[in-house]
Design a protein around this ligand. Structure first.
Ligand code: DGY
Length: 425
């Protein structure tokens, strides 16, 4: 059974391989996505280590001069996706979007490096990536934390990866829609519209794109200008963990300055994260930097926080909170608390379970010694695949498969759960 599942996961990685990058799934997402690509490289490494490194090299070949690594690289034209390069107009020879995505690259590179059978190749390729990834991390703290708080803001829901989370509802209400150019969505041709963000959300997504485009995608201006400025604990935890992992990698590879600055970023971030903790919610919450207030929204963003080296008491509280959520759903981890009215079991990031989220949370909690809940998360992840195949996300109560099918990072995470964990000491 497990070997059958492993074989199917490998087939999906091959199916979505475009030679030097993978697409998340044909049709719905026909280009290279930033965090999809990095996490998928963990699975690719099982097929071909060199190919896994190439996945990340390809992404960083499209890094901007200021250090930003874009959320989509439009390698070849495809009318099946909206918004395409004609909307973003970032002026790059090979078009990219002008926003970023959760910075999992350093975490993934460290993991590829630690596991590599070909040590020479791994050292060579990781060493070449080090300064590029570090430049991205520096970009975050320079452009997305201009006041030096230790935490960065996302300026667009798409940057979080959790596009239509309930976390953004109130902030998006403050984003105007006047002046949004008429558009035709394509996502709803490929996926069930009931699984996708609403039209009202898309209008605000596009307003923000137009706003940043009008500023010439100048990252020295975007943070001040954006009406949407959100400090997401999940996003920051990923950045903090990546800084910490880059610090270790840089030390191993003889780059002490990168090591020292990365560790300083991570330490400062962990201290600052504590201001996002809510005793009432029993988890971390988002901070809306535009209005200076915590967002009372019990989403999985506050649980992904466990991916960072948070204090043990915080990790235990998150484990307890996930156990409580587990009483309301059959498959952990729901992307929103099922007990609140905004929960929607089918709609993208408003309730469904995602394997990559399960992986990040399980990894963090495992490091914190929360083995019992980790085992449940892993078990539920595998049960979702058994029940419904390699979907983009799943109803956490019925396991109904949602969004796109034959999904690359879902397949990669299955390989992680089944193969790497089994191989772990
Ligand atoms: C989409 O198009 O739905 C993506 O999530 C944006 O990155």
């Amino acid at each position: 059974m497990a070997s059958d599942m492993i074989g199917k996961a490998q087939d999906i990685l091959r199916l979505n391989d475009r030679g030097t990058y993978t697409v998340p799934t044909a049709g719905l997402y026909p280009f290279q996505w930033n965090w999809d690509s990095c996490l998928s490289a963990l699975g690719l490494a099982q097929l071909d280590e060199a190919r896994a490194w190439t996945e990340i090299d390809t992404l960083f070949a499209h890094q901007w001069d200021d250090g930003m690594v874009p959320h989509i690289v439009f390698h070849q034209p495809d009318d099946g996706y909206f918004p395409g390069p004609d909307i973003w107009r970032t002026g790059r020879a090979i078009p990219t979007t002008g926003i970023t995505q959760p910075p999992v690259a350093a975490f993934c590179v460290r993991r590829l490096f630690d596991r590599a059978a070909d040590r020479d190749m791994a050292a060579k390729r990781a060493r070449a990536l080090l300064p590029k990834i570090h430049a991205w991390h520096q970009w975050f703290f320079r452009c997305r934390d201009p006041e030096g708080t230790g935490l960065v803001a996302i300026l667009h829901p798409w940057e979080s990866g959790r596009d239509n989370s309930v976390d953004w509802d109130a902030a998006l209400d403050r984003v105007p829609v006047e002046g949004v150019e008429p558009f035709t969505r394509r996502d709803t041709l490929h996926a069930n519209p009931a699984h996708r963000p609403t039209q009202a959300q898309y209008e605000r997504f596009i307003w923000l794109v137009q706003c940043f485009r009008d500023l010439g995608w100048d990252n020295t201006k975007l943070h001040a200008a954006s009406p949407f400025k959100m400090v997401d604990p999940g996003f920051n935890a990923i950045l903090i963990r990546s800084c910490s992992d880059l610090g270790d990698l840089a030390e191993d590879l003889g780059a002490p300055e990168i090591a020292a600055q990365s560790r300083a970023f991570a330490a400062r971030g962990i201290d600052a994260m504590d201001a996002l903790w809510s005793n009432e919610a029993g988890q971390y919450l988002c901070h809306d930097r535009a209005i200076g207030a915590l967002v009372d929204s019990p989403s999985v963003g506050g649980l992904i926080a466990a991916f960072a080296p948070v204090p043990p008491a915080r990790a235990s509280a998150i484990a307890a909170r996930i156990a409580t959520l587990g009483e309301a759903v059959n498959f952990l981890v729901p992307s929103h608390d099922p007990s609140v009215p905004e929960f929607d079991a089918l709609r993208y990031w408003r309730g469904p379970a995602w394997l990559i989220v399960n992986y990040l949370i399980a990894d963090g909690l495992s490091k914190s010694g929360e083995q019992e809940i980790v085992e449940r998360i892993v078990r539920d992840s595998v049960r979702l695949i058994e029940a419904s195949g390699f979907a983009e996300y799943y109803d956490p109560i019925t396991a109904e498969p949602c969004g796109g099918g034959q999904f690359t990072w879902t397949a990669a995470m299955v390989l992680e759960f089944l193969t790497e964990r089994a191989a772990a000491p």
